[in-house]
Design a protein around this ligand. Structure first.
Ligand code: MG
Length: 270
């Protein structure tokens, strides 16, 4: 790697850098609506359908011209205000930040640049994409469709991007961080040295269920404090990765230590 970084920070975008999921927002407001979207989420968590098919149907339900979709989201989606200073600190400390997303790259880049300005170009974004439907242009009503990053059931299998870094020789391999909140992060959860799972979200329940070590964050201020401690050698990633389960057992992870942790449990029991 060009700058031989000692650390590299991978992160999910929607619900992790943004305070609200932009694809959910688009589906709920200009697509098939919240009820149908939530049922899709539950079906994914219950293993009835894969994320890829669920997400494709969400995006297919939005027919507005693509530039309109981008503007709609730029007007309505906010980024965690602590992300910008965190990213600035990473730039100053030679820690590359790579966004791994199931969202579409043009939307992610527009949201990032509207919020953090020209530094956004220094962020690497790996996501799904968009193309014109046959005989149409993406500027037309019903003119665009989602293009997946790869053939996996995730649409974007984030582990594919992480693995080449994880397999670098020991003396070149940076310590890898990953931050995420939900279903789209399941493919990445096992691949890094320290996983930050967002308090109260599905990824916490998943890590507990699958015995994946993790720590917890509320916002990028929490992440910055922890990453700085690790970079300064005050805490090891191994120690930090035990904290999530400890907090979960103490009832401080925002999800219930016993009983069904998933929001779908009640709805599917009827
Ligand atoms: Mg997310």
């Amino acid at each position: 790697m060009k700058t031989n970084p000692k650390f590299i920070f991978f992160t999910d975008f929607d619900g992790t850098i943004t305070t609200q999921d932009s694809n959910d927002y688009m589906t709920d407001n200009i697509g098939f609506g919240q009820e149908k979207r939530r049922q899709g989420n539950r079906d994914v968590l219950d293993g009835k359908i894969n994320f890829r098919d669920s997400f494709k149907s969400m995006m297919d339900s939005v027919s507005n011209p693509y530039p309109e979709c981008i503007q709609f989201l730029v007007d309505n989606i906010k980024l965690d205000p602590h992300f910008k200073p965190f990213f600035r600190w990473c730039l100053d400390n030679n820690i590359p930040v790579v966004v791994l997303s199931s969202g579409m790259e043009p939307i992610i880049k527009a949201l990032l640049s509207s919020s953090i300005g020209e530094d956004a170009e220094k962020l690497q974004v790996v996501g799904n994409n968009v193309r014109a439907r046959p005989g149409k242009s993406i500027d037309q009503q019903g003119g665009w469709e989602l293009v997946f990053h790869d053939d996996s059931g995730f649409g974007h299998d984030k582990s594919l991007t992480l693995r080449p870094y994880a397999r670098l020789p020991e003396d070149q391999r940076p310590t890898m961080f990953y931050a995420g909140d939900g279903v789209s992060d399941l493919s990445a959860a096992r691949e890094t040295d320290l996983l930050f799972a967002k308090k109260g979200h599905d990824l916490v329940s998943y890590c507990v269920r699958e015995d994946v070590p993790f720590t917890i964050f509320d916002d990028f201020q929490d992440i910055m404090i922890k990453v700085q401690e690790i970079v300064a050698g005050k805490v090891s990633v191994k120690e930090a990765a035990k904290q999530g389960y400890e907090l979960f057992k103490a009832g401080e992870a925002g999800v219930k230590p016993e009983g069904p942790p998933r929001e779908g449990a009640k709805a599917t029991a009827k």
